[in-house]
Ligand binder design. Structure first.
Ligand code: CP
Ligand code: NVA
Length: 314
């Protein structure tokens, strides 16, 4: 609908997909970098003083929970951990009513959901910003931290990123993130585990505007040639546990190990969103090698999300 006359349209901003911030991603990363500097210098930055973030977790979390909660504290606000088990949500209260009630108490809602549809339902009925803390389709906050880490280590996005493994939520958001910032990306997965095709086509469309090359592969050894960045994630995501036996067989050629790293550029950096399964999708020697930046990446969840919260809730 085109606004007419004096009509005032107030839109709540959400971060459900990387697409929601495609025009602001560089601003958010810049803000995140500035806030990180302040944090490192022990300078206070109470941009969200007195504000509260409700954090609903349907699945476990180490990084997302702690970085959002600590991030809110460092911004002068407060994060509340909300487990559906302990809420009326777990006894059948609807997402719609939960969204409407939480919107009366808190200034933002972070949601880790099993189903993307539930994420959309929460956002539809929330009058405060909703932040996707991972669902079965995307993990946008992770990708902001990943891009921040790549930029810190390489000082450019004119690079080739190769993602090896499952075409899952992380891979989907990474395709969009790389397309938006103009970084080339190959999503290299076993056949049948490709990323979401709608997202892949959206990434191709975005890449036409930024000049990035976005492609798919089923051959890790060829894909990693000339890679500046290697990335992997677990082969069995939360919710996929029933497929363990089949996945372990299907993914066995898709491990990031020293042999694969040797085929990439000498100064390749290795990323993993964590938690890592040592000796499964990545070997311990690579995870702890000088090429690995995984713990900087984990730290950047804190800084990148502070950038997001200031953008959405500030
Ligand atoms: N990478 C990530 O989201 O980690 P957690 O599951 O520990 O939050
Ligand atoms: N793809 C993984 C990411 C964990 C942070 C999962 O969804 O479990």
């Amino acid at each position: 609908m085109v606004p007419t006359g004096n009509e005032l349209i107030i839109m709540t901003k959400h971060l459900i997909s990387i697409l929601d911030i495609k025009d602001y991603i560089h601003d958010i990363l810049r803000t995140a970098g500035e806030i990180k500097k302040k944090t490192k210098n022990s300078e206070a930055y109470p941009a969200l003083e007195g504000k509260s973030l409700g954090m609903i977790f349907e699945k476990p979390s180490t990084r997302t929970r702690i970085s959002f909660e600590v991030g809110m504290t460092q911004l002068g606000g407060h994060g509340l951990y909300l487990s559906p088990k302990d809420m009326q949500l777990g006894r059948g209260e609807t997402i719609e009513d939960t969204a409407k009630v939480l919107s009366r108490y808190v200034d933002g809602i972070m949601y880790r959901a099993f189903k993307h549809e539930m994420m959309l339902e929460l956002a539809k009925h929330s009058t405060v910003p909703v932040i996707n803390g991972l669902d079965d389709v995307e993990h946008p906050c992770q990708i902001l931290a990943d891009l921040m880490t790549v930029k810190e280590h390489k000082n450019t996005f004119s690079l080739k990123m190769v993602y090896i493994g499952d075409g899952n939520n992380v891979c989907n958001s990474l395709l969009l993130g790389c397309a938006v910032v103009g970084m080339d990306m190959v999503a290299c997965t076993p056949e049948g585990y490709e990323p979401d095709m709608d997202i892949y086509h959206k990434a191709l469309e975005l890449a036409r505007g930024t000049g990035a090359s976005i492609s798919l592969s089923n051959d890790p050894k060829t894909a990693v040639m000339d890679a500046d960045v290697l990335y992997t994630d677990v082969w069995i995501s939360m919710g996929d546990e029933g497929e363990e036996e089949r996945r372990m067989k299907d993914f066995c050629e898709f491990q990031i190990n020293s042999e694969l790293v040797r085929l990439a550029k000498d100064d390749v950096i290795v990323l993993h969103c964590l938690p890592a399964h040592h000796g499964v999708e990545i070997t311990s020697d690579v995870l702890y090698s000088p090429n690995s930046v995984v713990f900087d990446q984990a730290e950047n969840r804190l800084h990148a999300q502070k950038g997001v919260m200031v953008y959405l809730m500030g």
